[in-house]
Write a protein of this length. Structure first.
Length: 257
């Protein structure tokens, strides 16, 4: 079993699934002057991923990036009211998922997409959101998935939620997507954007940078990413982490006094 899958099994078994949780999660980031100088000078962003063992093709989606300039304290808000999205073009690794349409949903319910709108479709499967592609003639496969509002509280809520996973949806096919656990992965990296598709093979808990290059029709894309820190939230929906320059990674809690 891969390191990614072992971590996912552990978090699903041991972490609270936020079913029906109305209050948003709050993540506080602490960055001392050494951390800020390093990240700003190297033009690296803070990268947040919502790990999802069901995401297709062994990929994850970057939920949000927080580019320089980076402040000494930042608060990330994660709203748990989910949306479902559809996108026209299946993304390749390092490409960006660009939703054509998003719609708020409720776990346990099912929805349908008719090529123009996402509509309610009655009761679905508990703990999942269901989406059925009621496709018109000659329709092509789509990409669908969940999306959450994840953002820097200082800059405010964006106009659209961020995709957190991606799945192929074929004509007349239903997809049931499980609710994610209340956990995120925090790391730093360069040449990444919100919505970027990352192969899970590069998301490892290691102490050195991993570099990955992908050849595509659009040319070569490369990025750099640190090891991730798995961050669960307490019963009040809160967590805090700090950036440790000596490890080039985040650690739990504020800086030691």
């Amino acid at each position: 079993m891969s390191e990614y899958k072992r971590c996912v099994v552990g978090l699903i078994a041991g972490l609270l699934i936020q079913a029906g949780h109305a209050n948003p999660l709050s993540l506080t980031l602490y960055l001392d002057i050494t951390a800020r100088q390093f990240l700003n000078a190297s033009n690296q962003s803070i990268v947040i991923v919502v790990p999802d063992p069901a995401s297709e093709a062994d990929n994850s989606i970057v939920a949000v990036t927080l580019p320089p300039p980076i402040a000494d304290t930042m608060t990330i808000t994660i709203e748990l009211n989910s949306s479902v999205y559809v996108a026209n073009t299946p993304p390749m690794p390092m490409e960006v998922v660009n939703p054509a349409l998003t719609s708020p949903v409720i776990y346990g319910n099912a929805y349908s997409f008719n090529g123009y709108a996402i509509n309610g479709n009655g009761k679905g499967k508990d703990g999942t959101v269901g989406i059925y592609y009621d496709a018109p003639a000659n329709a092509q496969a789509l990409i669908t998935g969940q999306a959450l509002f994840i953002y820097d509280s200082a800059t405010g809520k964006p106009s659209r939620p961020s995709p957190i996973n991606a799945f192929t949806l074929n004509r007349f096919q239903s997809r049931y997507i499980p609710q994610p656990a209340a956990v995120i992965w925090a790391m730093v990296g360069s040449n990444l954007r919100s919505g970027s598709v990352l192969p899970n093979s590069v998301l490892k808990s290691v102490t050195h940078y991993l570099s990955f290059a992908n050849a595509s029709a659009q040319g070569r894309a490369s990025f750099q990413i640190s090891r991730y820190l798995e961050v669960p939230f307490n019963g009040q929906g809160q967590a805090s982490i700090h950036y440790d320059s000596s490890l080039n990674a985040f650690q739990h809690g504020p800086y030691p006094k």
